[in-house]
Design a protein around this ligand. Structure first.
Ligand code: NAD
Length: 244
């Protein structure tokens, strides 16, 4: 893929999907600026540049927009809190929306507007943003639905300047966040973690979760010129679980 002349900011690059994206793009020859609040995680990542930053810090969007020569942005930083629906607090709502929805909106606003024609943004949303089906993840699912909406709006706004904005909707991906999900659901439902894992995997048509690299490959495609006529899309990487 023609990524060797690109400079890409990747948030959430210390772990999981963001890390796999940073590694995938670096392998493809891109100059990656890896951003995360986890300094220790970033320290073990081979990237052109690293920045320890919290995406919810109001100064982060301007700081990243001031980086020279950026051609693309991947918003992968995210959090999840598993909570019984009756117990969801306003703090759960505010904290989760701050990282998963407000931050990618203002990062896209700040960085996206300085991207050159041919530039691209990829938001890491979730299948949960389409289905809302995990009852212990109501707030998380709502943040991801918001990400799908903002993806469409920015895509419409910037299509004529040649800047594309797409989203990926991963399903079950083997990362630390997935462990949080399995343990959180098991605890709330009072069942063994293994039971939750078996049920989740059995619901996947392909019968298995994905490795983070399988999402990174799709992100790399959406950043490349090979997807040059795609914008405003929400691409499922779910092993067949979601088909719309
Ligand atoms: P992860 O926990 O492995 O990685 C998330 C990264 O985001 C961490 O390095 C963390 O430090 C960073 N981060 C969190 N809050 C931050 C903040 N305020 N500022 C800077 N960095 C911050 O999780 P993951 O599974 O790799 O998730 C990556 C993205 O993929 C998330 O947006 C998540 O919602 C999405 N996703 C994951 C799955 C899955 O099954 N793992 C499924 C669908 C979508």
């Amino acid at each position: 893929m023609e990524l060797h002349r690109s400079t890409c900011i990747v948030t959430g690059a210390a772990s999981g999907i963001g890390r796999a994206v940073a590694e995938r793009l670096t392998r493809a020859g891109a100059r990656v600026i890896a951003v995360d609040r986890d300094a220790a995680g970033l320290a073990t990542l081979a990237a052109a540049a690293t920045l320890v930053a919290d995406v919810t810090d109001p100064e982060t969007p301007a700081a990243l927009a001031a980086t020279g020569g950026v051609t693309s942005l991947v918003n992968a930083a995210g959090i999840i809190r598993l909570t019984a629906l009756d117990d969801v607090s306003e703090d759960d709502w505010d904290a989760t929306f701050a990282v998963n929805a407000r931050a990618p909106f203002f990062l896209t606003q700040a960085v996206g507007r300085i991207l050159p024609s041919g530039g691209a943004v990829v938001n890491v949303a979730s299948g949960a943003g389409k289905t809302g089906a995990t009852v212990e993840a109501a707030v998380y699912s709502a943040t991801k639905a918001a990400v799908l909406s903002m993806t469409r709006t920015f895509a419409a706004a910037w299509a004529r300047r040649g800047v594309r904005v797409n989203a990926v909707c991963p399903g079950v991906i083997e990362t630390p966040m997935n462990e949080t999900v399995l343990e959180g659901i098991a605890s709330i439902r009072g069942v063994p973690r293994e039971q939750v894992e078996l049920a989740r995997n059995a619901a996947i048509p392909m019968g298995r979760p994905a490795a983070p690299g399988e999402v990174a490959d799709v992100v790399a495609f959406l950043l490349s010129d090979e997807s040059g006529y795609m914008t405003g899309q929400s691409i499922n990487v779910t092993g067949g679980t979601i088909t719309y």
